[in-house]
Design a protein around this ligand. Structure first.
Ligand SMILES: Cc1ncc(COP(=O)(O)O)c(C=O)c1O
Length: 392
């Protein structure tokens, strides 16, 4: 069954403003059920959690439902879902509990800086996995020489936020686990682009951000609750010491959490499916991935045939994310030109600090990123290609 793109687009009010939203990798638009869920939560009355009155009970229920929804999305356990402001903040917090001076951590140059700097700043010794700058691949073989008995954590992305590369995370995890190290997988870019099974990836920790998959600005890190029981993060004396609560700081944004649940339900319902929510998510996200990759081949082949365009990377397994430069135009100028034509793209390093350094373009404005998510259609791609062609 073809992906019902018209129906899916109709659920996103913002998409009717005439722009081609190819900036989804920096944050997606929000569908009506998410907007309604947040508004309803505020209209109905919510209190802080753990109180004796109905508005507080509603917040208790919102938090529990949100953990269950995020667990369904990634194939995790609801009691292992840590919620917070964003992936970066949660990763800073967890990195301090997981590694420190005297430990070793293995990081990759493919990663967004949010899965790099928090680890380098723990004081642990860093070992680097390098990227092939031509293909954009992260060769797995190098990990055997990087991981040893002192390795506490191997941090790696499930997909590059600029090249789209999907590295072989399960193979890296096998090496990490054999050495007794923990796998911290950044799923922020990968999650919106297809079905996720954090156990199949071998992720001890899987990080994701709801604003990349049609939800509000909330981050989550998911782990086995039994593993979380063994970790003691810094926390207030007065806050709960239970799991996952002891990993969360302050008061959660309850209305937004209701929006996260609505976003997961929305993703699960994009195509008709049967079974429980987890099963419907797997069906729906597989259909979304197929839709994105079919459009992406038009996009990337279109760019690659333009003599005035350089496209970075050609990884075998990837998300629908293109990173390119146009001869004679700075990346920001290209983005401004496309914005005038109603096409939203990102320009710059996009926090892929190590990777743009490895590609040798960080000091020259890096490049332009055009990414597809499930709500993009053929006209978005055509408008991008026409706009870039005009710069020849
Ligand atoms: C791959 C990747 N990791 C991490 C992050 C940081 O996520 P957050 O904004 O939730 O801190 C981003 C954000 O763009 C990202 O693309």
């Amino acid at each position: 069954m073809p992906f019902p793109i018209k129906e899916v687009r109709a659920t996103y009010p913002a998409l009717s403003d005439g722009f081609a939203y190819l900036d989804g990798a920096a944050g997606t638009q929000t569908p009506r059920p998410v907007i309604d869920a947040i508004a309803t939560a505020y209209r109905t009355g919510i209190g802080n959690v753990g109180g004796a009155f109905p508005a507080s009970h509603r917040s208790d229920a919102i938090v529990a439902a949100c953990r269950a929804a995020v667990a369904d999305l990634v194939g995790g356990h609801p009691d292992g879902v840590i919620l917070g402001q964003n992936m970066t903040t949660l990763t800073y917090r967890l990195s301090r509990a997981l590694a420190g001076p005297g430990d070793e951590v293995v990081l990759s140059r493919l990663d967004h800086d949010a899965n790099v700097r928090p680890w380098t700043q723990t004081g642990a010794t860093v070992r680097w996995a390098e990227v092939d700058p031509v293909t954009g691949e992260l060769p797995v073989e190098q990990y055997a020489g990087l991981i040893n008995e002192r390795t506490k954590v191997v941090a790696v992305t499930a997909a590059s936020n600029i090249l789209g590369t999907r590295p072989d995370v399960p193979a890296i995890a096998e090496l990490a686990h054999r050495a007794g190290a923990l796998m911290y997988v950044d799923g922020v870019h990968a999650t919106p682009h297809g079905p996720v099974d954090m156990r199949a990836l071998g992720a001890d920790f899987y990080a994701t951000s709801a604003y990349k998959w049609s939800g509000p600005h909330i981050g989550a890190v998911i782990a086995d609750p039994a593993l979380l029981e063994t970790i003691a993060p810094d926390k207030l004396a007065s806050s709960p010491d239970t799991v996952p609560h002891r990993f969360e700081t302050g008061t959660l944004p309850f209305a937004d959490l209701d929006g996260v649940t609505a976003a997961v339900d929305h993703l699960a319902a994009m195509v008709p499916g049967t079974g429980n929510r987890r099963e419907r998510l797997l069906t729906s996200m597989a259909a979304a991935e197929e839709h994105e990759l079919a459009l992406f081949s038009v996009l990337v082949e279109g760019l690659e045939t333009m003599p005035h365009v350089t496209v970075y990377g050609k990884p075998a397994r990837r998300t629908a994310t293109a990173y390119f430069n146009v001869v004679g135009h700075a990346p920001r100028q290209v983005a401004e030109h496309l914005a005038r034509l109603g096409v939203n793209v990102w320009s710059g390093h996009s926090y892929a600090w190590e990777l743009t350094g490895a590609l040798g373009i960080r000091d020259t404005g890096s490049a332009v990123r055009a990414g597809l998510v499930h709500y993009n259609d053929r006209s978005d791609v055509d408008r991008l290609l026409e706009g870039v062609a005009r710069l020849a």
